[in-house]
Design a protein around this ligand. Structure first.
Ligand code: UDX
Ligand code: UDX
Length: 457
C-alpha cells in the first residue's frame, strides 16, 4: 500500500510508544515507525506483553501493529525512509559534571541529532517531543546545518499526556502546541505537522508559537501543576498542627473559579519522571541567566515535595513508638500514581528505602508496578518482599501505608485485613483515599495526610 506520509519516532518509551500508536490509529493513511536502541523494548512492543501498562493502549496497538505501525531497531533505514521524524528519547537529570543534579542530560538528544544527520539522504522535518531546555532546538539546528544539500526544519511539539490517562489525553487533548521558526520553510513544516493532528483534533485546539515559547511552555506547565501539589501539601502540614482538615480546605479553595479544583489533592508527594526533572531544569536555566530569585522560588516546589515525603516517614516512626526495627510494614501501592506500572521518582520507593534504613521489614503490593519496584530496590540492604494480593501482603504486618491512589485500595475489606494484622495496627493513608472513620471503628489507629489522626490511645 502507498502511504500518504511516512512518520518516524526515535524513542519507544512512555511518550513515544503511545503517541505514535494514536497517530497510526487515527491516520490509517500514514505509515508510522517507532525505533529504539533497546532491542528488548522493541521486542516487547512487538509482543503480547507491552513494555508499559496504560489503559486502552493494548487495543490501539492490536488495531494498528503490522498494518501501519511498526516497531524496529533499524535506525539507519528508518531515518533514511521517513521524512517526518519525532524525537522522544530520554533527557534525564545530569548526574555528572557542570549542572549535575539539575540540568538536563542532553547526550542522547545530541547523539540522535547526529544519527539523523548521518543517515538522512533527503530533507526532513525533525520534531522535538522530549521535554528540553529552552534553546535546545537551536543546538539541534546547528548540528544539522549545512553539511549536505538536505535541509532540516526543527519543530517543538511538547507532549502533555499524563501516564494512566495517556490514551484519553492523546485522543482528546486540551491543546496541541507546535513551535516553529517563523521563516518560510519553518511555517511550511509547521503546517505539515498541523495537518497530521487535524485528522482528529479540532483546529482551534492546535496552537502555534515561536519555538522558544513552545519549549518553555512545556516546562512551565509541569512547574505550575507541581506547584499546586506542593502548595496544598505545605498546607497539609499546617492542618495537622491545627486540626484543620486539608480536604475541607482544598474544597473551599478549589471552588473559587479563579483557582479551580484540580491538582489540589494532598498526598505523600508527587512523583513521576517529569515534574522534578523539569522544575530542576527550570531552576538551572534561571540560575544560568542570573535570575536567582526566580530560581529559588521554583526550587521551593521541589523542596516541599521532598519535605512531604520525609515528614510522612517521620510521622510513621513517631506514631509507631519511635522504633521500626523488625516491625513489618505493608506498602499499598508503589507506582508514582494510579493506573500505571511506572515507579520513576515514586514517593513509595523513597519511603521504602527510608523504612529499610530504620530496619523495618517491608512488604510491597501493587497491581501493576511490582516488576519495576523489584528492579528499583534490587541490591538495597534489608528485608523486602513483593506480594500482589493486598490481603496476603498485609497479613502479619504492624502497619499499612497507602502510597498510591489505586481505586482498589478504597474498597478493600479492611475488617478482614485488620483481623490478620499485629495489634495495635496502624494505617497511614498517604493519599487520603480510605474511609478513615470506618477503619478507626474497626480498630486501626489511622493517620491521614493533613487531618487529625484517629487513634485509640
Ligand atoms: C521521554 C523524555 O524522558 C521526556 O523528557 C519527554 O518529556 C518525553 O520523552 P519517556 O518516554 O517517559 O520520556 O522516556 P523513556 O520511557 O525513558 O523512553 C525513552 C526511550 O528512548 C527509551 O526506550 C530509550 O531506549 C530510547 N533511546 C534513548 C533511544 O532510542 N536512543 C537513544 O539514543 C536514547
Ligand atoms: C505530568 C503532567 O500532568 C503531564 O501533562 C506531563 O506531560 C508529564 O507530567 P504525569 O507525571 O504522568 O504527568 O502524572 P500526573 O497525573 O501529573 O501526576 C504527577 C504526580 O502528582 C503523581 O505522583 C500524582 O499522584 C501526584 N498528584 C497529582 C498529587 O499528589 N495530587 C494531585 O492533586 C494530582
Amino acid at each position: 500500500m502507498n502511504f500518504k506520509k511516512n512518520i518516524l519516532c526515535i524513542g519507544a518509551g512512555y511518550v513515544g510508544g503511545p503517541t505514535m500508536a494514536m497517530i497510526a490509529f487515527k491516520c490509517p493513511q500514514y505509515r508510522v515507525t517507532v525505533v529504539d536502541i533497546n532491542p528488548k523494548r522493541i521486542a516487547e512492543w512487538n509482543s503480547d506483553e507491552l513494555p508499559i501498562f496504560e489503559p486502552g493502549l493494548d487495543e490501539i496497538i492490536l488495531a494498528t501493529r503490522g498494518k501501519n505501525l511498526f516497531f524496529t531497531t533499524d535506525i539507519q533505514s528508518s531515518i533514511r525512509d521517513n521524512d517526518i521524524i519525532f524525537v522522544s528519547v530520554n533527557t534525564p537529570t545530569k548526574t555528572f559534571g557542570a549542572g549535575a543534579g539539575m540540568a538536563a542530560d542532553l547526550q542522547y538528544w545530541e547523539k540522535t541529532a547526529r544519527q539523523i544527520l548521518q543517515f538522512s539522504g533527503s530533507s526532513k522535518i525533525v520534531i522535538e517531543k522530549s521535554t528540553l531546555p529552552v534553546k535546545t532546538a537551536q543546538a539541534m539546528e546547528n548540528i544539522l546545518r549545512n553539511v549536505h544539500s538536505s535541509t532540516f526544519d526543527v519543530l517543538s511539539n511538547p507532549e502533555f499526556l499524563a501516564e494512566g490517562t495517556a490514551i484519553k489525553d492523546l485522543e482528546n487533548p486540551d491543546r496541541i502546541l507546535i513551535g516553529s521558526r517563523e521563516t518560510e520553510s519553518g511555517l511550511k513544516a509547521r503546517e505539515a505537522l498541523v495537518e497530521i493532528y487535524a485528522n482528529w483534533i479540532p483546529r482551534e485546539k492546535i496552537i502555534t508559537s515561536n519555538i522558544w515559547s513552545s519549549e518553555l511552555s512545556k516546562i512551565v506547565s509541569n512547574a505550575f501543576l507541581a506547584q499546586r501539589i506542593s502548595s496544598i501539601n505545605a498546607i497539609s502540614a499546617l492542618c495537622e498542627k491545627t486540626d484543620a482538615d486539608i480536604a475541607e480546605v482544598a474544597r473551599a479553595v478549589g471552588m473559587d473559579s479563579r483557582i479551580g479544583n484540580k491538582y489540589l489533592n494532598s498526598s505523600v508527594g508527587f512523583g513521576g519522571s517529569c515534574f522534578k526533572k523539569d522544575i530542576l531544569n527550570l531552576v538551572y536555566l534561571c540560575r544560568h541567566y542570573g535570575l536567582n530569585e526566580v530560581a529559588d522560588y521554583w526550587e521551593g516546589v521541589v523542596k516541599i515535595n521532598q519535605y512531604q515525603q520525609e515528614r510522612f516517614t517521620l510521622n510513621m516512626l513517631t506514631a509507631m513508638f519511635n522504633t521500626l526495627a523488625d516491625k513489618k510494614i505493608c506498602l499499598f501501592g508503589v507506582s508514582f500514581k494510579a493506573n500505571t506500572g511506572d515507579t520513576r521518582e515514586s514517593p513509595a520507593i523513597f519511603i521504602a528505602k527510608k523504612l529499610l534504613e530504620e530496619k523495618a521489614e517491608i512488604v510491597i503490593t501493587d497491581p501493576q508496578a511490582l516488576r519495576n519496584a523489584k528492579a528499583d530496590l534490587a541490591g538495597i540492604d534489608g528485608n523486602v518482599s513483593f506480594i500482589e494480593d493486598p490481603y496476603r501482603a498485609a497479613a502479619g504486618c504492624h502497619a499499612i501505608a497507602v502510597l498510591t491512589e489505586w481505586d482498589l485500595y478504597r474498597d478493600l475489606d479492611y475488617q478482614k485485613i485488620y483481623d490478620t494484622m499485629i495489634k495495635p495496627a496502624s494505617l497511614f493513608d498517604g493519599r487520603n483515599i480510605v474511609d478513615h472513620r470506618k477503619c478507626h471503628k474497626i480498630g486501626f489507629n489511622v493517620y491521614p495526610i493533613g487531618k487529625p489522626a484517629l487513634t485509640h490511645f
